[in-house]
Design a binder for this molecule. Structure first.
Ligand code: SF4
Length: 484
């Protein structure tokens, strides 16, 4: 599949320049971040849990082949059918084949970023199958023909008034209604009919457990359980990195997941599935690679496979919060998306590692201790090494390197620059060619460089001694020295 070239600054512009929406989005996500902080600080062993989760993931990914085979054996012994998909196309074809075998016309699907990644909805719809996303946020974006902008809060970019308008158009609710209670009730009634009509239920997987062959799906609305309890067929789509070794390990992750994701002590529904629900039912588990093995083979970026998709790195990221998830043009946006997307296609997603201030907040909150900002920095190095840095940045960096290696030239350029910035008209620096000054004013240039100031005030031993020895002589000189 050919991927588009993503230019994050351009894609982010409409969101960033809509100040009202950008601030409101920022506040909404910060609210979730604060809830997360409160929950994290209420668990004394929080840091121990993070260490433990990271260690379990490191061990599992190192032995992934063994655990996947163990999972397949145990899941099959429980009556499930396990399928293996090398990529998105294969995943979609497997799902369609199962649906065709059952003559399915419509499915109900709970939230699954993997099916988003594989483009399952449009694929099935193009093959004449009605797909209903049953997570409320996902249903809202589906009705609006958008993609999720956040992996946990898919409709976080949409205001309740806009949801009211969408429901008025598609579900016939009152025009102008924006009361969340009223809108949620309307969505419930609408989805109830869809649940009753669903012929096959599709879910994602949060954790697959090698020891038992079972898997766990976490939702806050119970829609995964509702979606698979009536149909005879349940298809679970699972990225191979979702594997954990044992049931005992699960408790570490369930304690971290909800707290990191939404600031709740526990997800409302943590549903365990072990084989088909009865003798008349089928459970299909599709294990999907789609680039994960390639990522596993990369020493630098392998820890990105630890991700449990909690979204905490997005909620804290100052760039994500202000630019919105759609600006990343990827299934997984934010810091972890900016690590994962270039590993799919470095050329297409080369701007994403630069959509980062390297503040490190993402690494601080990540429950599985992925060193996200280090990985984003490492990606920049990779992009430079592969000649994927834009020409303007390449020229700027080469010029800077040239100047920094020649102190005399650097001083002359600095002096000329300070003079030029004082006398040249404003438009010379603030024009469409200089993106840096688009939203900034430059500070007034000083008459002397720091070096000149330093030599005059601190670097001159005679002067320094006299500053230290005679405070009155140089009363105007700022000094931390002891003047006694
Ligand atoms: S990288 Fe860490 S913080 Fe971000 S979604 Fe994954 S687990 Fe959560």
């Amino acid at each position: 599949m050919k991927l588009p070239i993503v230019d994050h600054p351009t894609a982010a512009k409409p969101f960033v320049t809509n100040e009202d929406r950008s601030h409101w989005h920022d506040d909404a996500l910060w609210f979730v971040r604060v809830k997360r902080d409160r929950q994290a600080s209420s668990v004394p062993e929080w840091e121990y849990l993070r260490e433990r989760a990271s260690a379990i993931k490191t061990h599992t990914i190192a032995n992934l082949g063994d655990y996947l085979e163990q999972f397949e054996r145990n899941a099959t012994a429980r009556g499930a059918t396990v399928h293996w998909a090398a990529d998105a196309e294969e995943h979609n074809a497997i799902v369609l084949k199962i649906l065709r075998q059952h003559g399915t016309q419509r499915i109900v699907k709970s939230k699954s970023m993997l099916t988003e990644e594989c483009g399952l909805n449009p694929y099935l719809e193009n093959n004449g199958i009605e797909v209903v996303d049953t997570d409320l946020g996902e249903r809202i974006v589906q009705l609006r023909e958008e993609t999720p902008s956040h992996i946990v809060l898919p409709a976080i970019h949409i205001k309740k008034e806009e949801v009211g308008q969408t429901f008025h158009t598609h579900l016939g609710t009152d025009a102008g209604a924006s009361d969340p209670q009223y809108l949620t009730e309307a969505a419930r009634n609408h989805l109830r009919n869809k649940f009753l009509a669903g012929e096959v239920g599709i879910t994602g997987v949060n954790f697959g457990i090698a020891e038992t062959g079972g898997f766990v799906v976490c939702t806050n609305e119970g829609n995964a359980d509702l979606g698979v309890s009536l149909p005879k067929v349940h298809i679970a789509c699972m990225g191979i990195e979702k594997m954990i070794p044992s049931l005992a390990d699960l408790s570490v992750f369930t304690r971290l997941l909800a707290r990191s994701a939404t600031g709740q002590p526990v997800t409302t529904y943590t549903s365990h599935f072990h084989g088909p629900k009865d003798d008349n039912s089928e459970l299909h588990i599709v294990l999907v690679d789609n680039g994960r093995t390639r990522l596993r083979g990369n020493d630098t970026f392998r820890p990105a496979m630890h991700c449990i998709r909690c979204g905490a790195c997005m909620n804290t990221c100052p760039v994500y919060r202000r630019s919105g998830g759609h600006s990343y043009r990827a299934t997984v946006p934010g810091p972890i998306g900016s690590v994962l997307s270039p590993s799919r296609d470095a050329k297409s997603y080369k701007s994403l590692p630069y959509a980062c201030s390297l503040c490190g907040s993402c690494s601080d909150v990540c429950p599985v201790k992925i060193p996200l900002h280090h990985q984003l920095l490492a990606w920049r190095g990779e992009l430079v090494g592969n000649g994927l840095l834009p020409l303007s940045k390449r020229v700027a960096m080469k010029t800077a390197s040239f100047l920094f290696q020649r102190p005399g030239l650097y001083r002359t350029a600095g002096s000329m620059g300070r003079t030029a910035l004082r006398v040249l008209p404003h438009f010379v620096t603030h024009n469409r060619f200089n993106t840096w000054t688009k939203a900034r004013e430059l500070p007034k240039p000083p008459r002397e460089s720091f070096r000149q100031w330093y030599i005059a005030n601190r670097g001159n031993p005679q002067r320094r001694d006299s500053v230290n020895g005679n405070a009155t002589t140089h009363a105007n000189t700022r000094s931390n020295g002891d003047a006694s």
